[in-house]
Ligand binder design. Sequence first.
Ligand SMILES: CCC[C@H](NC(=O)CCC(=O)O)C(=O)O
Ligand SMILES: NC(=O)OP(=O)(O)O
Length: 316
Amino acid sequence: MKNYVNISDLNNLQNTVQDAIDLKKNELQSKTLGEGKTICLLFFNNSLRTRLSTQKAAQNLGMHTIVMNFGNEGWQLEFEDGVVMNENKSEHIKEAAKVIAQYCDIVAIRAFASLTDKEKDNAEMVINSFIKYAGIPVVNMESATKHPLQALADAITMEEFKTTKKPKVVLSWAPHPKALPHAVANSFVEMMQLQEADFVITHPEGYELNSEITKNSRVEYNQEKAFENADFVYVKNWSSYKDYGQVIKKDADWMITEAKMKLTNNGKFMHCLPVRRNVVVTDEVIDSENSLVIEQANNRTYAAQIVLKKILEKIG
Ligand SMILES: CCC[C@H](NC(=O)CCC(=O)O)C(=O)O
Ligand SMILES: NC(=O)OP(=O)(O)O
């Protein structure tokens, strides 16, 4: 595997999940694989889990890490070709990407969606520019449309906690005061499409995700109906895709409550974090024994570590 930008970059999701679960048993088993190698972790947006888990994963493999809050420490980058750079952009991605590649063997990038320019977001301009110009492996730490490290961690977690071969899994929208990206939901959908599961997406009308991603995944507009007999309830807010980047309705009654979780088959509650308590989910639900949010966060290290291990094995 050269780059890890989408969950589909994995040769086989199920095998990778098993590899990660094996790795968890002895996380330092490949502690010399990355010796002499450096990874640059570039953040154009905030992070807790991704930043700490990816750095830990690299260190578990013996790598050096360089972490940079590019958004407020680096130069404003120009991504368009042929532009006269006489305004607020100090450096072109062509130089920046090639320069960064002089300092590291792998570059990992977090650059959220603009949520204002659907075309540029869908084109994945930032991460694809790094792939084009850096010439070294690129890892996606949440881009404009995808969050594959989160999706892999979620797959690991469901494998560890599923009690049936074909669980019912619900991706449920929940309200949020801000307009949030589609990336986490998109990668969760793509990951579920690679799994043996009874998968259903539930959200209010107007919050349909990009149909090029959801394809023929089932959508149920009645949240409580979707929750019936669910084994896993994965919850995330996202802004409207149709009215791009808009919060078209806040629908407080879509918040996840104990009463809704009672409709499930003793279902597990999942969320990528950070989460707005008592907006997205009640304290009772996220604090319950059926909440897997901390297990998910722990598995972020092993998701990143198995990805970096496979990239390092290819680099040689
Ligand atoms: C891993 C999730 C990162 C990000 N979440 C947020 O931006 C939440 C921000 C907030 O709640 O203020 C998102 O929804 O994509
Ligand atoms: N879930 C996740 O990616 O968390 P951070 O945004 O804190 O990295």
